[in-house]
Design a protein around this ligand. Structure first.
Ligand code: PMP
Length: 436
C-alpha cells in the first residue's frame, strides 16, 4: 500500500523533498514515525473545482477537506470568483477602509443578531481579540476554556491539561510558557464541575470560551450545559464567548446561537463567511465591542467615545477582496433563506446514516459522527489506515481529519464517495490490516 501511494503521489513527494530544506511546514511531519515515514507528506495541489481537487501528479480526488471548512459553495465557485475579479478591477489595496467593510458589518449584525462587528484576518486573531475585549470590559483577567476544543494557535489556549487542584492550564508545548497559561482555567467540556467552579470564582473570570459543538467531537451537543452556562455567566458579569469559526454560517446562517437559541456576548467567525479568502470576525454586544473603539458617538453634538478602549490592529484587516467575498457569501446564503444550508446538512445526515448502517453490519468498530455538514470518521487503532486507503482510492482528507460537505457535493458525488469508502474498508480487511 505504501509503495502504491508513493507511486501515485510521486511528484508530491519529490516536490516536498526538494523544498524541505527551505520550507518549514509542520504538516509535512505530522504523525511522523519511522515505520510510516514513506507516507508522511501533505498533498500538493494547484487545481480545484467543485467538490474535486487535483494533485500535481494530476490525480483527481473527492475533496472532503474543503479548505478546512472554508469552502461552502465548492471550489472555484463562479459567483465568488467573479466577485474577486470584479473587486480586482477596483482595488485590492489596504490603507483607507474599503467601503464594503461597514456594509458587511451591518449585514453580519443582522444575520447573527449581534450589535457590533470587527474584522481581522483569521479565526486565531478573532479569538485573541475576543479574549482581550472580554478582559478589558469586565476588568477581570482569567478565562475558562474546555478540553476537546480547538480555538486556533493563540498561546494561552494551547494546552491539553490542567492542574488537578487549581484547574490552571499546564504542560503545554515547546515555546508556550507556564506564565502564559496561568490566566487560563481548563475543564472537561460539559462538566458540572466547571459550572460550579465558574460560579465560585466569578470575581476573577473575565470570559468563558466555548466551541459550542467541538469539531473534534461533533456528536456531543450539550445544549442544556450551554444554557446553564449562559445563565451563570449572565449573572456573574462574565463574557460568554462562542467560537463559531466552524459552525458559523454553516450549521445555520445564525450559527449555533440560532440553532440552540442561546445568545452569547461575543461570537467569533471565520472560514465559510470569507468565501475562501482569509477572514476572522469578532461580533457581539456593544458592551464588549466598544472596547475596540470606545463605542458609538456622532458628529455635530457633544457625544464622545465613552468606553475605555484597548488596542487592536492589523495591516490586512478589512482586506477589500475578503470584504467582497464575504458580502457575496452572505448574499448567497440570504438569497436561499438558509435553505442551502439545510440541504447540505440533510445530505450529510443521510450520508452518515447510510455509512453507519454499512459499518454496523461489516465493520462495527468504525463509525461516522457529524454536526450539520461537518463529519469525522471514528477510526480506532489500525482503522486509521483507512485514510491512506481513501487517498489511494481518490478521497482527500487532511491530517486533522475534519471532513466537510459543500454545496458541490451532489448526490452523485456522494454515491461515488460511498463506493470509495466501502472499497477502502474492504481493502483494509483484504490487506490483513484489520480482522473485522
Ligand atoms: N476556532 C475554531 C473552532 C477553529 O476550528 C479554528 C480553525 N480550524 C480556529 C478557531 C482558528 O482559525 P484560523 O485557523 O483561521 O486561525
Amino acid at each position: 500500500m505504501s509503495h502504491k501511494l508513493s507511486q501515485k503521489n510521486s511528484l508530491t513527494k519529490e516536490h516536498t523533498q526538494n523544498y524541505r530544506q527551505y520550507f518549514a511546514l509542520n504538516r509535512n511531519a505530522a504523525g511522523f514515525t519511522i515505520k510510516k515515514k514513506e507516507l508522511i507528506y501533505t498533498l500538493i495541489s494547484d487545481k480545484s473545482d467543485g467538490a474535486f481537487i487535483w494533485d500535481i501528479d494530476n490525480n483527481k480526488y473527492i475533496d472532503l477537506t474543503m479548505g478546512f471548512g472554508s469552502i461552502l459553495f465548492g471550489h472555484n465557485y463562479r459567483p465568488i470568483r467573479k466577485e474577486i475579479e470584479n473587486q480586482l478591477t477596483k482595488s485590492w489595496s489596504v490603507g483607507p477602509i474599503s467601503s464594503l467593510a461597514g456594509i458587511l458589518a451591518e449585514k453580519i449584525t443582522i444575520a447573527t443578531k449581534t450589535e457590533r462587528v470587527a474584522f481581522f484576518n483569521s479565526g486565531t486573531e478573532a479569538i485573541m481579540v475576543a479574549l482581550r475585549i472580554a478582559k478589558a470590559a469586565t476588568k477581570k483577567n482569567r478565562i475558562v476554556f474546555f478540553k476537546g476544543a480547538y480555538h486556533g494557535t493563540f498561546d494561552s489556549l494551547l494546552t491539553l491539561k490542567s492542574d488537578q487542584e487549581t484547574k490552571i492550564a499546564k504542560e503545554s508545548i515547546p515555546g508556550i510558557t507556564q506564565n502564559i497559561l496561568n490566566e487560563s482555567y481548563f475543564f472537561e467540556y460539559g462538566s458540572d464541575e466547571s459550572l460550579e467552579f465558574i460560579k465560585n470564582n466569578k470575581d476573577e473570570i473575565a470570559a468563558v470560551l466555548v466551541e459550542p459543538v467541538q469539531s473534534r467531537n461533533p456528536s456531543f451537543q450539550p445544549i442544556d450545559f450551554l444554557k446553564e452556562l449562559r445563565k451563570i455567566t449572565a449573572q456573574s458579569d462574565i463574557a460568554l464567548i462562542f467560537d463559531e469559526v466552524i459552525t458559523g454560517f454553516r450549521i445555520d446562517i445564525g450559527g449555533c446561537q440560532k440553532k440552540f437559541d442561546i445568545q452569547a456576548d461575543i461570537v467569533t467567525y471565520g472560514k465559510v463567511i470569507g468565501g475562501g479568502l482569509p477572514i476572522g470576525i469578532v461580533a457581539g454586544k456593544s458592551k464588549f465591542l466598544d472596547a475596540i473603539d470606545g463605542g458609538f458617538w456622532q458628529y455635530g453634538d457633544e457625544s464622545i467615545p465613552k468606553a475605555k478602549a484597548t488596542f487592536v490592529a492589523g495591516t490586512f484587516c478589512h482586506h477589500p477582496l475578503a470584504m467582497a467575498t464575504s458580502l457575496k457569501t452572505l448574499e448567497i446564503l440570504n438569497s436561499t433563506k438558509g435553505e442551502l444550508l439545510i440541504e447540505i446538512n440533510m445530505r450529510t445526515t443521510n450520508f452518515c446514516a447510510r455509512m453507519n448502517a454499512f459499518f454496523k453490519e461489516k465493520f462495527p468498530k468504525l463509525s461516522i459522527v457529524h454536526f450539520g455538514s461537518l463529519f469525522r470518521f471514528v477510526t480506532p487503532g489500525k482503522y486509521k489506515e483507512l485514510y491512506h486507503h481513501l487517498l489511494l482510492n481518490g478521497v482527500y482528507i487532511w491530517e486533522g481529519r475534519n471532513c466537510f460537505f459543500s454545496a458541490a457535493h451532489s448526490d452523485d458525488i456522494i454515491v461515488l464517495l460511498e463506493d470509495k469508502i466501502k472499497l477502502s474498508c474492504n481493502q483494509l480487511l483484504e490487506n490483513g490490516i484489520i480482522k473485522t
